[in-house]
Design a binder for this molecule. Structure first.
Ligand SMILES: C[S@@+](CC[C@H](N)C(=O)[O-])C[C@H]1O[C@@H](n2cnc3c(N)ncnc32)[C@H](O)[C@@H]1O
Length: 286
């Protein structure tokens, strides 16, 4: 993630944007400008902890305020959306999260679900060590594309936030396959992606306006119907979806639920096709 992505206030300042646009490439060549951190490193661990401390805030609160674009953050909106889809209505005892970063979502989901086991797959070593120390989660070996240390059909919830929007398609597709493998019957698969409406003309313009050419990541489109279809083919149905902010535009958060073995076999008796599954609570995006 680029330093400029994580600091919207910087890029919104017209003078900074002008200086960066004019001199960025030269300064970088001369070694004066910081290189963007790779997406797999997340934001600087040391700088974030120091900044949070001097602001008198927890790390989570500090990052939330830095990202804030309105009164309800992407995190707040995600938790509200998942609650309204009924995710917190039943027991969620075992959770797996991909790319938790500073643990913003982890903290909130942990507090709501009180699981017996919370495991993470995170590429940044500094952040995953910190999460283990602070939240007692289990950090699995992260190869960047599989959930190899988690048994099939073993988790009640597998989720990822603000991760797939920045990953290449094949990596996301590999994680989709793995999420479908490890979720239990009746369990939930939750993630946000950039579907077609997230890159509509207006949203694309917002991206261009940020001049993001030297960011460490770029937005990746993941088609909506394709995504719904590949999960439905495995008996994992879309329970609902809603849009959430991701600077400078939005992503679509999708919540899927794996059908019980009985309904899965009934569906395959009926032909097994994704399109034949009912889509309860599906909220079409305008
Ligand atoms: C934009 S950050 C989002 C962090 C966190 N989910 C949040 O919303 O605050 C992306 C996170 O995914 C991690 N990441 C990047 N590539 C990954 C990969 N291939 N597998 C697992 N995690 C990855 C990064 O280290 C970072 O923690």
């Amino acid at each position: 993630m680029s330093a400029f992505k994580i600091c919207p206030a910087f890029v919104r300042n017209p003078m900074n944007r002008l200086v960066h646009g004019l001199f960025g490439p030269v300064l970088r060549r001369l070694g004066y400008e910081r290189k963007a951190r790779p997406f797999s490193d997340f934001i600087s661990f040391k700088e974030t902890l120091t900044a949070a401390k001097s602001a008198g805030l927890s790390v989570g609160e500090y990052i939330e305020r830095k990202h804030a674009t309105g009164t309800r953050s992407a995190l707040d909106q995600t938790i509200d959306g998942l609650a309204s889809l009924g995710l917190f209505n039943g027991p969620i005892e075992r959770i797996c999260e991909i790319g938790p970063g500073s643990g913003r979502y982890l903290e909130r989901i942990n507090a709501r679900c009180r699981p017996r086991l919370y495991e993470i797959y995170e590429t940044s070593q500094e952040w995953r060590n910190w999460l283990m120390e602070n939240y007692g989660v289990i950090s699995r070996t992260c190869d960047g594309r599989t959930l190899a240390q988690t048994a099939s059909g073993s988790v009640d919830l597998v989720h990822a936030h603000k991760v797939f929007a920045g990953l290449p398609f094949l990596t996301t597709a590999s994680y989709f396959r793995e999420m479908a493998r490890i979720v239990k019957d009746g369990g939930w698969v939750v993630f946000d992606i950039m579907t077609e409406p997230c890159l509509s003309g207006k949203n694309l313009e917002a991206w261009f306006n940020e001049n993001p050419w030297d960011w460490a990541w770029s937005p990746h489109l993941t088609p909506r119907d394709y995504t719904v279809g590949i999960f439905a083919d495995k008996g994992i149905l879309l329970a609902g979806s809603f849009q959430v902010p991701l600077f400078p535009a939005i992503t679509e958060c999708m919540a899927f639920r794996k059908a019980s073995s009985r309904s899965t076999s009934a569906a395959s008796d009926a032909g097994g096709s994704a399109a034949r599954f009912p889509q309860p609570g599906h909220q079409p995006i305008p």
